[in-house]
Design a protein around this ligand. Sequence first.
Ligand code: HEC
Ligand code: HEC
Length: 280
Amino acid sequence: MQETRRNFLKAGCTVVAGATVASGINLLNVKSAKATSAEHPYGWPVEGLDVEETKELGYLGYKGDSRFSIDAGKDCASGTFGAIVGQLQEAVADDLEHPYHGIPLAMMQWASGGVAGFATLCGAINGACAAIGLVCSNSEAKAYIADLLTWCSETALPIYPSPNYEEPHAQSVAGSNLCHVSVTNWCLASGYASGSSERSDRCACLTADVASKVVEMLNDGVGGVLGNPRDNSTVCGACHYKGPDYDAGQFTRGKMNCHSCHVTISKASENGHHLGIINK
Ligand code: HEC
Ligand code: HEC
């Protein structure tokens, strides 16, 4: 049994955590796995999952209409989680004792609408992160998730063409991983209300995009390479990081784009603003 499983599932994910393009290495070609089976108890199919099919399953999953939906429920978080984990369950269909079969696909449905409708973390991302955490060790999961969060925040979405609309949906860059910011930026870009069927379909397309992005990354076995192009670490994070010195500004933490909320400080210089240099 154990052998069959190993033959079928490669030992999880490979990531090049913390590596940067600046090092001059073409990281996209790095694929070698050093993962141990202890770190990756469940695994990822050797041949990978199909990216195009994942898109479709993500879109239909959002609508509660994919072949997994009877178990997975519907909406954004179930859409990404169900598309990925449902396929993983199919991949181990021959091994009914495989732990993937014990995962209830509907377990992420609460995350829709940015966690129970609070519009905090985007549900498509939340469900996708849970799927990554199921497959990868903690450190590898974080490397993939960092890339996913950066990609979701910085990419014009949705990309997946809706099968239900003739015209492609308007695209917008969220600049954030919050459901609220993502939805509102899209509403402003498209002119559609948050309660419109267009907005809902846009989120279904985005669910397809996010689910397939995860499959792409795990198929490639490379994570932790994108960094955060809008990382403010050289400016805001120089002082405001998770550190021990309260007076120096270390009463905050995080890797979000500071300027998406602290708009009035957008002109802070490298010297900061607390010295009264720039605080307009
Ligand atoms: C040189 C260090 C330094 C840098 C760089 C810096 N800060 Fe600060 N910041 C501080 C310190 C120290 C305080 C608290 C004491 C004070 O306000 O003078 C502070 C206070 C703040 C406050 C609360 C007070 C206020 O001015 O509204 C906000 C918000 C803030 N920083 C955001 C930012 C953002 C956003 C950036 C990047 C654009 C940034 N800071 C860059 C050191 C820094
Ligand atoms: C999603 C919105 C959001 C983002 C993104 C964000 N902040 Fe904040 N931040 C807040 C809120 C809300 C507070 C609470 C205090 C307030 O209302 O000013 C706060 C408080 C702070 C304070 C203390 C303010 C004070 O009055 O002393 C600092 C400093 C700060 N943030 C820095 C940052 C930095 C640096 C980043 C980027 C790494 C960042 N923030 C990203 C919303 C945000």
